[in-house]
Design a protein around this ligand. Structure first.
Ligand code: LLP
Length: 381
C-alpha cells in the first residue's frame, strides 16, 4: 500500500474493508483468460463477497454467478449477471427461493436431494415452467483442507452419494417439469494442492463411464470451486495460478463430445484484493505477552476465530524494532484473536493495522455481534 493510500486511511473511520480494484481487475482478467483458453464457463461464487461494487466489477468481465440463496439470485440479477449464466446451489432451498429462481429463469439448479427436486418439479409445474437441474454428486474425494470447509466426503451433508446416483437420474427423468442437464461437484475450499483436482477429474471420469454404459451422457459438468490462495505470503501469490488449475481439467477430465465444463470460483477471484484496516486502541502488557487491541473484532472478520485461519498482519504506520504481540479484538470472547505471537514493529495506540487476504469470506461474514456497527468498505481509485 502506498503512502497516499495510508494517508487517506488516516482520515477514515475504522474498521473498514479496503479493496484494491486494480488487483481485482487483473485477477479477473487472468482467470477469464485461462478459462477461455479451454472454452470453460466461469461463474463467480457470490458467497465469497457480495459487495455490490465488487459484483459490478466481476460481472463486467462476462463471468457468470453461482448463488446459494434466493437473495443471492436476486442480487446477481440486479448486478447485471445474465440469467442464463446463473447457477443456484444449496442443500436447503425454500419454496420462496425456488419460485424466485424459476421466475428469473436461471441457467441451472444444482440439486442435492430427491425431495428437493420433487419440490422444484411441483413448483415449476404450478408456474408452467421446466427447471434445468444438475445433480450435485458427493464424489468421496478428500480435499485435504480444514474440516469445516471440506464438502466432498461421504460424512458431509452435501450432494447425492454415488450409490444413489442411478436412482436419482431415473427419478429425474420421470419428472415432467425437470430437465436433467448435468452433474455438479464441489469438494471443498482453500485447496492448495492441485493434485486434489486431478483426483476429482479421475473420479468424475469413472462416474461418467459408468453412466455412459447405461447410455447416459449429460451435456454439462460443473466442478465447483475451491482453488486456494496464499495466505502466508500474499505478495508471492497475489494472482492465483489459474492457468495450471484449468490445465488440470483439460488434461485429466475426459469430456464427452460437446460437453461443457463449468467452474464456480470464489476465494481465488476476490481473496487477495481485500484487507481489513483497523486502528490500535491499546497496547496492553500481559504477564507473559503483549497484546495489541484493535478496534476490529471477530464480528468484522470471523475466519481466524472460526477456522483458526491465518491472515498476515501488518502495521501500516510504525517502523523499527520488532516485538511479538498477540493481536486481538474488543469482543467478549477469547477466540477474538487475529494472530498470536506476531512480529510487528513497536506498536502504539492509533497505529493503523492491515489484516491481509480478506477479500473472500470477510465482509460477507461480518455480523453485528455485541451490537457493533458493520465495517465499511473503501475502494482504490
Ligand atoms: N461452489 C459451492 C457449491 C460452494 O459451496 C463454494 C464454497 C464455492 C463454489 C466457492 O468455493 P471457493 O472457490 O471460494 O473455495 N467461509 C469459508 C469458506 C466456505 C466455502 C463454502 N463454499 C472460509 O472462510 O474459508
Amino acid at each position: 500500500m502506498n503512502i497516499e493510500t495510508i494517508k487517506t486511511f488516516q482520515t477514515l473511520k475504522t474498521p473498514f474493508y479496503y479493496y484494491d480494484t486494480t488487483l481485482l481487475q487483473a485477477t479477473l482478467q487472468a482467470a477469464s483468460q485461462a478459462a477461455n483458453e479451454h472454452g470453460f464457463n466461469l461463474h463467480y461464487a457470490i458467497k465469497a463477497n457480495a459487495n455490490p461494487h465488487i459484483l459490478d466489477i466481476i460481472q463486467s468481465h462476462g463471468i457468470g454467478a453461482d448463488c446459494v440463496s434466493g437473495n443471492e439470485v436476486a442480487q446477481a440479477v440486479a448486478s447485471g449477471f445474465p440469467s442464463e449464466q446463473i447457477v443456484y446451489a444449496g442443500v436447503g432451498k425454500s419454496d420462496e427461493e425456488i419460485r424466485l429462481a424459476l421466475e428469473k429463469e436461471i441457467f441451472c439448479f444444482n440439486c442435492e436431494s430427491l425431495p428437493e427436486i420433487e419440490v422444484i418439479n411441483m413448483l415449476a409445474g404450478e408456474m408452467g415452467k421446466k427447471a434445468s437441474v444438475a445433480l450435485r454428486v458427493n464424489p468421496n474425494v478428500d480435499a485435504h483442507t480444514h474440516h469445516y470447509i471440506t464438502t466432498g466426503i461421504e460424512e458431509n451433508k452435501f450432494g447425492f452419494y454415488l450409490y444413489d446416483l442411478d436412482h436419482a437420474i431415473t427419478a429425474c427423468r420421470e419428472m415432467e417439469h425437470i430437465k436433467l442437464i448435468g452433474l455438479h461437484f464441489h469438494i471443498g475450499s482453500q485447496i492448495t494442492d492441485l493434485t486434489v483436482f486431478r483426483g476429482l477429474c479421475l473420479r468424475v471420469n469413472e462416474i461418467q463411464s459408468r453412466l455412459k454404459e447405461q447410455g447416459i451422457i449429460l451435456p454439462h459438468v460443473n466442478f465447483g470451486g475451491g482453488l486456494g490462495i496464499n495466505y502466508d505470503c500474499p505478495t508471492c501469490g497475489l494472482i492465483p495460478d489459474f492457468a495450471s488449475y484449468f490445465q488440470i481439467f483439460a488434461d485429466f477430465f475426459e469430456a464427452q463430445p460437446g460437453q461443457q465444463l463449468h467452474f464456480e470460483l470464489g476465494r481465488s477471484l476476490v481473496g487477495q484484493c481485500g484487507s481489513l484496516i483497523s486502528r490500535v486502541l491499546y497496547v496492553k502488557e500481559g504477564k507473559h505477552k503483549k497484546f495489541v487491541i484493535l478496534d476490529a473484532g471477530m464480528n468484522d472478520l470471523l475466519r481466524p476465530a472460526l477456522y483458526q485461519a491465518f491472515h498476515r498482519i501488518e502495521n501500516l504506520t510504525s517502523v523499527g524494532e520488532h516485538e511479538k504481540y498477540d493481536v486481538v479484538g474488543p469482543i467478549c470472547e477469547s477466540s477474538d484473536c487475529f494472530g498470536k505471537d506476531r512480529e510487528l514493529p513497536l506498536t502504539n495506540r492509533g497505529d493503523l493495522i492491515a489484516i491481509h487476504s480478506c477479500g473472500a469470506y470477510g465482509e460477507v461474514m461480518a455480523s453485528r455481534y455485541n451490537l457493533r456497527e458493520l465495517p465499511g468498505s473503501y475502494f482504490s481509485r
